[in-house]
Structures are given as structure tokens and as C-alpha cells.
Design a protein around this ligand. Sequence first.
Ligand code: PGA
Length: 257
Amino acid sequence: MMSLRKLVAGNWKMHGLSSDLAEVRTIAEQAGGYPQVDVALCVPSILIERAARAVPGFAIGGQDVHHAEKGAHTGCTSALMLLDAGAVLTIVGHSERRDAQRESDADVKAKAESGLSVGLNVILCVGESLELREGGKAVETVTGQLDGSLPGDLHSAAELAIAYEPIWAIGTGKIPTTAEIAEMHAAIRARLHDRYGADGARVRILYGGSVKAMNAGEIFSIANVDGALVGGASLKAGDFIPIVAAAAAVEGAAPIA
Ligand code: PGA
């Protein structure tokens, strides 16, 4: 099986003021010690430009993007605006937005296509609720989300990654078992093959939900886990960089499960 370079992306959510730019600098500087891993920070849109200027060459991203190129969409941010501010990637379809902003799979697909079309790398999130997990419907739910939200084709100029984030694992300290993660990531990989043929093999599949330094090594060693989307533990270099180090440590090792 082909092993992809790991991507560790931080999702700062609604955290980050000017006073936190020093932390962005520390993270970028320390991440430079692990050149075998791709590292990114997705910050609030209003902080993107300052963060990007603070750490030239380090990947700064957004957390959402509007599907339209421009227009009468009060309060929204287009893909070109993100790019113009210095972002190189964006998250789309995070469960907090699917829930609070009622974003549908079709919305998420349009957002992903809008980002990719201007050359922004996209991390597209999927994940099931606890109720669906307990009802034995986790894989069916996630593959259904993929069917509705995967972009029509893969652009060569920008990269698509998928983040599997079980809703019940986000910010809770609970994580699925190794077998559950392996099963889901294999199902996602199969869907990507069905959709994109051989190119599906180069789409990175990240795991997200309560990733911490203490569990990262085990998560990164699971087959088809090509990195992580990290929330709470990405806010401080002291929590985030050990996760990057864990990704670097498994480079080249044989995956389990
Ligand atoms: P968490 O969040 O790491 O704080 O659980 C992950 C996410 O929502 O992307």
C-alpha cells in the first residue's frame, strides 16, 4: 500500500487575537524541525493575513469558504479572498458548521469546488453522531456524506484531503477504537477509489477528534490515516508540536490494522 506524507492541521476555531501571533510563530518555527510532515494552521478569517505575514512559507488556512465567487452575501468570505489574504488551504464541512449553520452535503460540495477552483487546498470534513455510531450506521452515514459532498473532480493545482471526525469525539476526550478508525478510513479510501479511480489513492485521509500527544502515535500508525485535524491541542505549541513529532516518528513505518 502506498504511504502518503502526513498532514497535521490545526483548527483554531473561534480562538486567536493579535496577541496569539507569537504562538503562531512558535508553532511554525518548531514545525520546521519536522520537514517530513506537512503542518498547517487554520485560523479565524480575520487573523489569516496577519498570521500569513508573521510566518512566510508556513501554511495558514481558513475554516470555511463561501461557494460563490463574489456577490451579495453579507458576512461571507470567498475563496479568492482567502487566497488574497495569504491562505493556502481551507476547511469545509466541519460538523460545527454543518450543525450550527445547517450546511448540507450539497453546500459542502460547492464550497470544496470553489476552494479547489482557485487553487486552495481543501480539507473536507465528514463524521457521524453518537446516535448513528451506536445504531451501527457510522460507515453508511460517512460514505453517504462523501457521496453528497465530494467535489466532481480532483484539480491538479490544489489538493483535496478528507477529515474523518466523529462528532462525539470532538472536544470530548473520547476517541474511537483503532479498529473503528481503521474500518472507517478503509471505507473512505474505497469511496475515493470508486469516485476518482487511481487518483483516489493520493487523497489524504485525516483523523480528527480529541487528538492529543498521548494518542497521536497510535492513531498515525493505523492504515489509511494520513494525518490529523487537531482542535483544542493545536492552540499551543507545547501541545501541538508533540503531535507533529508523533507523525514524523511513524514516517516510513509499516501501518497496522
Ligand atoms: P478537538 O477538535 O481536537 O478539539 O477534538 C477537532 C476538530 O473539531 O477539528
